[in-house]
Design a protein around this ligand. Structure first.
Ligand code: NAD
Length: 491
């Protein structure tokens, strides 16, 4: 297996992997650097796929489709299981790459590997379950006909992923797409592509036939060409809402099927009866995991007036204690942002928020080892106005806002005052109140007194500007299938 990242010399990722072959470009063609986020150093380069390579990748997937979609679910189950095992076996190298490219702390990098393996394992299980693909007989009001409902692979899927959980969001797409019998062209983020190249190699090593999973490198322009290709049947996109709108417009041309996992601006609500220690722990995790670069960041923290001062004092102690450093030791809790540009973007939003009236309550601190990389200390803003940019816009960095409330209805109104609707967290000791919040909060997933747990069995996806469709679970598999029916004369 190729080891893209080595300590001694910069690597060069091929522009594309098409039907099992790495495609390199002319040395003068576009290539962009991959950085070590903790040091800022260039550790490698990636070539960008040309229009011809994108077309060839889609055609390779199209050619592989008739054979792949007719493999038995049990064959696909074995391959998916093998991929899960190979990911586990390669845990150390995959984690090390995540830590190097994204700067993720060791426990987060490890969690990503576990999540990716668990996703392949889960879809292996769904494929092995004979009921998943069995046609369903319908009960009809007319006994002269019989009716059947069945599912069929949608076709060639373009999978486009962002940089914040590269291996994870990719597994959430590849595993159900392969399980359904789709063939694939994957476009990783231009910032974190080495991990996807590794995953593609693992998939090939597991025995998935050439042409079933193809990969093209590049940025938005490559993504746009892929989404416009007429032989693409389905687009599954994870990224910003702005890019998601362009993807949806491109899909409209050929009526391609779309799943869109987009941005968020989610709330964490601390009721007066909450266990404050737990609330603080959930607030730290919800706002600062992955340096706040999470679609599910619960960075709008709503705290009941009665416990506001107590919460803020404990939150300040916890935030000041967050060890922000390169991913060297187990005590590191927060790494850098993914790039210099992302840090500039976050800092500019923070400055804009402060200039228009928001006030910083307290900040965390940076380790001395953070001088070179794309680090930023965690920041907590208190009582921003409801039209302040820090309260309304997805920051996608380590900035949390805290606001007080007096009644449940006020908290729900504040939490729902956004066009996004991805997730929410509620911290309360009252089961009736929990039930009320669960039904009233506009979010695809509500966590009650738990950290941001994610299981492959539980669907992921949001309302409103957070996207369309669901990933994971049985719905995640069905999103790569067409629902069909047949009616047959019974006589
Ligand atoms: P982005 O939209 O800039 O890019 C995402 C991917 O789309 C990249 O691979 C990019 O190259 C590609 N792309 C960009 N423009 C495109 C176009 N016009 N057509 C096709 N592809 C295009 O997002 P990002 O900065 O990489 O990621 C951060 C965003 O992703 C945040 O808004 C975050 O909330 C969102 N996100 C959502 C989820 C979710 O599950 N809802 C998960 C992770 C990230």
């Amino acid at each position: 297996m190729t080891t893209y990242i080595t300590e001694d010399k910069p690597f060069k990722l091929p522009a594309a992997t098409i039907a099992g072959h790495a495609k390199h470009n002319d040395p003068s063609a576009t290539s962009t650097p991959i950085h070590n986020a903790s040091t800022g150093a260039i550790i490698g380069w990636q070539e960008h796929a040309t229009a011809e390579q994108i077309d060839a990748a889609v055609r390779a997937a199209h050619t592989a489709l008739p054979t792949w979609r007719t493999t038995t679910p049990s064959t696909r189950a074995k391959l998916l299981k093998k991929i899960a095992e190979l990911i586990e076996a390669d845990r150390e190298r995959l984690s090390a790459t995540q830590m190097q490219v994204s700067g993720k702390p060791p426990f987060e990098a490890n969690l990503d590997v576990s999540d990716a393996a668990a996703t392949f394992d889960y879809y292996a299980g769904l494929c092995a379950d004979t009921t998943t693909f069995a046609p369903e007989q319908l009960k009809l009001p007319d006994d002269t006909v019989t009716g059947e409902r069945y599912y069929e692979a949608v076709g060639v899927a373009a999978l486009i992923v962002p940089w914040n959980f590269p291996m994870v969001t990719t597994a959430w797409k590849i595993a159900p797409a392969l399980a359904a019998g789709c063939t694939i062209v994957l476009k990783p983020s231009e910032f974190t592509s080495p991990i996807e190249h590794m995953l593609a190699e693992i998939i090939a090593e597991a025995g998935v036939p050439d042409g079933v999973v193809n990969l093209v490198n590049g940025g938005g322009a490559v993504g746009a060409q892929l989404t416009a290709h007429p032989l693409i049947d389905k687009i599954s996109f994870t990224g910003s809402t702005a890019s998601g709108k362009k993807v949806m417009q491109a899909a409209a041309q050929d009526m391609k099927r779309v799943t869109l996992e987009l941005g968020g601006k989610s709330a964490l609500i601390v009721r007066a009866d909450a266990d404050i220690e737990r609330a603080v722990s959930l607030a730290v995790g919800g706002a600062f995991t992955n340096a706040g670069q999470m679609c599910s960041a619960t960075a709008r923290i709503l705290v009941h007036d009665d416990v506001y001062r107590k919460f803020m004092a404990a939150f300040e102690t916890a935030v000041r204690a967050i060890v922000v450093a390169p991913p060297a030791g187990d005590d590191v809790a927060m790494g850098p942002l993914v790039s210099a540009a992302q840090r500039e973007r976050v800092q500019a939003l923070l400055a804009q928020g402060v200039e228009t009236g928001a006030s910083v309550a307290f900040c965390g601190q940076l380790d001395t080892a953070c001088a070179q990389g794309f680090f930023m200390a965690p920041v907590v803003v208190a009582e921003p106005a409801v039209d302040n940019v820090l309260w309304t816009e997805e920051v996608f960095g380590p900035v949390a806002c805290v606001k007080s409330f007096r009644t449940d209805e006020e908290a729900i109104t504040l939490a729902n005052d956004t066009r996004y609707g991805l997730v929410a967290t509620v911290v309360t000791a009252d089961p009736d109140a929990a039930r009320h919040y669960k039904t009233q909060l506009r979010a695809g997933l509500v966590w009650i007194n738990t950290p941001q747990l994610i299981f492959p069995q539980v669907c992921w996806g949001g309302l409103g500007l957070s996207g369309i469709g669901r990933e994971l679970g049985l719905a995640g598999l069905r999103s790569y299938q067409e629902l069909r029916h047949a009616l047959t004369d019974a006589n």
